[in-house]
Write a protein that binds this ligand. Structure first.
Ligand code: AMP
Ligand code: TRP
Length: 327
């Protein structure tokens, strides 16, 4: 069966963009593929962080997976630092990737630009990401556009390793999620919805109440020409609402646009559809959050399953590179 791996940073509280753009698709994939999903807390160490806060965000992100419908029985859900093979393979990858190719990573350039102190781990981050993927012999890696370059690097490094040291790694492919929406901020439709949004009114949190959802949709910025038409360039606010409506209902954007001739009813129906779609997510979130011992147990089982696969791949890689086996 096709193996899928994806990782998400422990950024904590999730919003509608995460859900429609990523988590919902990952939950659907578990019924078709052999999926490994990982909260990449080691990657969270590459920028400034507060330890207590990191721990809390890691747990929240794991709960986000479960709330989105990821079933621990159906796939492998775990925390990166629970499987020590990630850090260990990362070193072997750092000794396979070159300084030059890591220097070309645009995410590193962006995140380090203008900073006085940049952690070495931020520079080698893509090697750790490659290790995450290669440990599980993943065929498909669902990632957003911003991670494509890291995936190319992973492929290059896997090919180089196999060429130098013998067939060891599966060379993975990036998978563009099918039907994933790019959700824009409701107040500033020129930017992606994100948790760092200046306007909390522009971001729908997965834990928002039905009233909060309805209010945010009602106040969403549109335009004054009054015409319902999908035109992201000239009508970004309205186009975002159409896109959201299509994403939550599974209809096409054209269908949705044809069904309305005024903004008000579109907003009202969208609010209702979102409340309905997010209701079960919020419920699951609350159920799991109220039982931390259950989450700990689930993550423990996940780490156990993950380590079973990872330890074999790491052993293969160490052996291929000529590290002397223990007696
Ligand atoms: P982040 O928390 O930004 O690392 O994102 C976690 C996942 O959610 C990634 O796969 C992103 O591509 C996806 N994501 C984040 N924000 C949005 C958005 N506004 N629209 C669609 N997908 C998003
Ligand atoms: N770098 C990814 C991001 O910021 C997170 C990540 C880490 C990841 N390891 C991964 C994604 C492996 C896919 C596969 O979104």
């Amino acid at each position: 069966m096709t193996r899928v791996f994806s990782g998400v940073q422990p950024s904590g509280a999730l919003h509608l963009g995460n859900y429609l753009g990523a988590f919902r698709q990952w939950a659907a994939d578990q019924w078709e593929f052999d999926c490994f999903y990982c909260v990449v807390d080691l990657h969270g160490l590459t920028v400034e962080f507060d330890p207590a806060d990191l721990r809390r965000r890691t747990l929240e992100t794991a709960v986000g997976f479960l709330a989105a419908g990821v079933e621990p029985e159906q796939c492998t859900l775990f925390v990166q630092s629970h499987v020590h093979e990630h850090a260990e393979l990362a070193w072997l990858i750092e000794c396979t990737a070159s300084f030059g190719e890591l220097s070309r990573m645009t995410q590193f350039k962006e995140k380090s630009h203008g900073r006085e102190s940049v952690k070495a781990g931020l520079f080698t981050y893509p090697a750790l990401m490659a290790a995450d993927i290669l440990l599980y012999d993943a065929d498909r890696v669902p990632v957003g556009d911003d991670q494509r370059q890291h995936l190319e690097l992973t492929r290059d490094v896997a090919l180089r390793f196999n060429h130098r040291y013998g067939e060891t790694f599966v060379v993975p492919e990036a998978a563009v999620p099918r039907q994933a929406a790019r959700v824009m901020d409701l107040q500033h439709p020129g930017s992606k919805m994100s948790k760092s949004a200046e306007s909390p009114q522009g971001t729908i949190d997965l834990l928002d109440t039905p009233e909060q959802i309805a209010q945010k949709v009602r106040r969403a910025v549109t335009d004054t020409d009054g015409e319902v038409r999908y035109d992201p360039e000239h009508k970004p606010g309205l186009s975002n609402l159409l896109e959201l409506m299509a994403a939550v209902t599974g209809r096409s954007i054209d269908d949705v646009a044809a069904a309305y001739d005024r903004y008000g009813p579109l907003k009202a129906d969208l609010a209702e559809a979102l409340v309905e779609a997010l209701g079960p997510v919020r419920e699951r979130y609350e159920t799991y959050s109220s039982d931390p011992a259950e989450i700990t147990a689930l993550l423990d089982q996940g780490a156990e399953k993950a380590a079973g696969v990872a330890s074999k791949t790491l052993a293969r890689a160490k052996d291929a590179m000529g590290l002397l086996p223990r007696g």
